[in-house]
Design a protein around this ligand. Structure first.
Ligand SMILES: Nc1ncnc2c1ncn2[C@@H]1O[C@H](COP(=O)(O)OP(=O)(O)OP(=O)(O)O)[C@@H](O)[C@H]1O
Length: 318
């Protein structure tokens, strides 16, 4: 049995918005699965269908072997959920929130032990949640998802609002949960975090699943894309790496010249070309990061190979 299985799942909002388009997604029991995609790709809509917060237009979804629309109660008993923009009750303390979830789930849970795990301070958990910071609220919401040792965690942007320490703690916690046998399904925009912990990822774009694989599998599927960065004394104004065969795109940032190559053999040609025009001080070679792969799979305009990059460095698509 898979933890999550969708068949031809489609969700339209009105006549104009096709939020999820014929989605066939499988998340295996026990894996950590990262659900990725640009803003508006359909991730939250999919999660909301899995949790029966909204109904699909067509198709079906199963969670832990139960129909997501007809067997909602059986699913809720065994799933821990961190929804997008989780709602807290201003007047309840953090501790009371966890105790309340334990009561509704009929779970034998120790609120303090759970709040220790998510790092909500002993003093803070006694305060009303109405005064919580974003990060505190997020930690509490995650704690609520952990109540009852669920078989499956469905987390919509679990790192949202967390500081770098909090993000690291979240990563450790998801690993611990997976080691306990929990399936972890989460959406995220923090790609290095996803790369560090996921067994597999699914990438959504415009409502469609455009990739579903391990990160190694995605690299292979993307033609073994790899990257070379040369630190130079100065970047020559007329440098043109785009003319080289096997170079997918390149950029110059400060004194670093980076080329992303669809053919790893092109890295030597890149170095030769840079070396002709400048003095190379250092070289770093790397496989394609998840960010590179994400850009490749979600590029809305095939002519724009920079697909969603946000830094200001000049970047040249080939
Ligand atoms: N209740 C709604 N009514 C109308 N359109 C909606 C509704 N919910 C989502 N949409 C639309 O569906 C599409 C998918 O949105 P969704 O929230 O699922 O994306 P997402 O991948 O979770 O994005 P983000 O990363 O920004 O959270 C978007 O075009 C969005 O505007």
């Amino acid at each position: 049995m898979s933890a999550i299985d969708t068949h031809d799942l489609t969700k339209r909002f009105g006549d104009d918005v096709l939020a999820v388009d014929s989605l066939d997604l499988t998340v295996e029991t026990g894996e950590i699965f990262g659900f990725l995609g640009p803003n508006g790709a359909g991730k939250s809509t999919t999660i909301n269908v899995l949790l029966d917060f909204i109904r699909p237009t067509e198709g079906s979804a199963e969670v832990l072997g139960h129909d997501a629309q007809r067997e909602t109660q059986a699913i809720r008993e065994r799933v821990g959920v961190l929804p997008e923009g989780a709602t807290l009750y201003d007047r309840l303390t953090g501790r009371e929130h966890v105790a309340w979830v334990a009561e509704t789930k009929d779970a034998d849970a120790d609120p303090d032990a759970i709040l220790d795990r998510v790092g909500l301070d002993r003093q803070d958990r006694k305060r009303r949640a109405g005064g919580y910071s974003k990060g505190m609220s997020q930690r509490l919401a995650l704690g609520m998802a952990l109540v009852g040792e669920p078989d499956l965690l469905i987390l919509d942007e679990p790192s949202s609002g967390l500081d770098p320490n909090g993000i690291q703690e979240m990563r450790d916690l998801l690993r611990e949960e997976a080691e306990r046998g929990t399936t972890v399904f989460f959406s995220s925009h923090i790609l290095p975090q996803v790369e560090a912990i996921c067994d597999r990822v699914g990438i959504m774009s415009d409502g469609r699943l455009v990739a579903e694989d391990t990160i190694a599998g995605l690299r292979e599927g993307a033609g073994g894309t790899s990257q070379i960065t040369a630190t130079v004394d100065r970047v020559p104004a007329d440098l043109d790496l785009g003319a080289l065969a096997g170079v997918e795109r390149w950029s110059a940032d400060g004194n670093a010249v980076t080329a992303v190559c669809s053919d790893p053999g092109a890295k030597i040609d890149v170095l030769k070309r840079v070396d002709e025009a400048a003095t190379i001080l250092d070289i770093q070679s790397a496989e394609a990061s998840l960010e590179d792969l994400f850009n490749r799979y979600t590029d809305a305009d095939p002519g724009d190979a920079t697909g969603g990059e946000t830094d200001d460095s000049p970047e040249v698509a080939v």
